[in-house]
Design a protein around this ligand. Structure first.
Ligand code: COA
Length: 247
């Protein structure tokens, strides 16, 4: 297998990025972060749905502890992983995390940055950072409460407890569970559904979902105003209204 930290499979309407450091259980090191930034630059320029996957037994075992151990306060302030995960979350088109096996620490935080998470029955997801003398600081303290609520996020982050697939599903942390050999297919089926819809309407929906709470009504209104003037809106609505005449 290639030595690239990220394998990128490009299609017209989607890109599949596979974390690829199996010998280190896909621990996220600087090279992998650099590769994620390069992919983001590409997808900002040419928006497509992004599917992020890992291996069958490990999605990602966290930030690379060998690199973390030698980092100091100045490195922490650079928020190396957090910055990349924010950029992934801000991509114009949806991001789907297809998670099999362990998603720990920074691996979990990468998954939290996706718009949608689907997983296999082998999922083990959580943040053991406090056991290593640090905190989860690549988005977990603010993203996890948004996803599962403050009380459940507090329990997970303060205890370091790892959730299995059933509990993650019950908590709404993942939206569905698939056998390992069907996980990628399920992610592609989701990307197919997205691709069948209007790309601009999808992008605007994602922007509205990400908007700061107080600005939601204004942002939603303006994005919809733009869509109401789009030719694609007129075409799709006309196709619906004329469907019986063609049948
Ligand atoms: N950072 C750096 N290296 C890591 C790593 C991480 N987060 N996770 C695993 N590795 C490395 C191990 O050091 C080992 O390297 P070596 O072969 O050179 O000794 C290799 O990956 C295999 O790890 P191992 O623990 O033997 O694999 P496993 O299949 O038995 O267990 C895990 C898999 C994911 C359960 C286990 O690796 C683990 O708990 N990793 C750390 C999780 C963690 O605390 N993450 C939070 C980081 S902030």
């Amino acid at each position: 297998m290639s030595g690239e930290p990220l394998l990128v499979d490009r299609h017209d309407d989607r890109v599949v990025a596979t974390l690829n450091r199996p010998a280190k259980r896909n621990a996220i090191d600087q090279d992998m972060i650099d590769a994620l930034h390069a992919l983001c630059a590409e997808l900002e320029h040419e928006p497509r749905t992004l599917i992020i996957a890992g291996g069958d037994t490990v999605f990602a075992a966290g930030a690379d502890i060998a690199q973390l151990r030698d980092r100091g306060a100045d490195d922490a302030r650079k928020a190396i992983n957090a910055t990349a995960f924010i950029r992934i979350n801000e991509l114009p088109m949806p991001v789907i995390a297809a998670i099999s096996g362990y998603a720990l620490g920074g691996g979990a935080e990468l998954a939290f940055a996706a718009d949608v998470r689907i997983a296999t029955p082998t999922l083990k997801i959580g943040n053991p950072e406090t056991g290593l003398g640090i905190m989860a600081a690549a988005g977990a303290t603010w993203r996890l409460p948004q996803i599962v609520g403050h009380a459940r996020a507090s329990e997970l982050l303060l205890t370091g407890r790892i959730l299995d697939a059933d509990e993650a599903l019950a908590w709404g942390l993942i939206s569905s569970i698939h056998p390992t050999d069907e996980l990628l297919g399920a992610a592609h089926a989701m990307a197919d559904r997205i691709a069948a819809n209007d790309a601009l309407a999808t992008r605007h929906t994602k922007r509205a979902l990400r908007a700061p709470h107080a600005q939601h009504p204004d942002i939603e209104r303006e994005l919809q105003a733009e869509l109401f003037e789009s030719g694609e809106k007129h075409r799709r609505m006309t196709a619906f209204l004329e469907r019986k005449r063609k049948a």
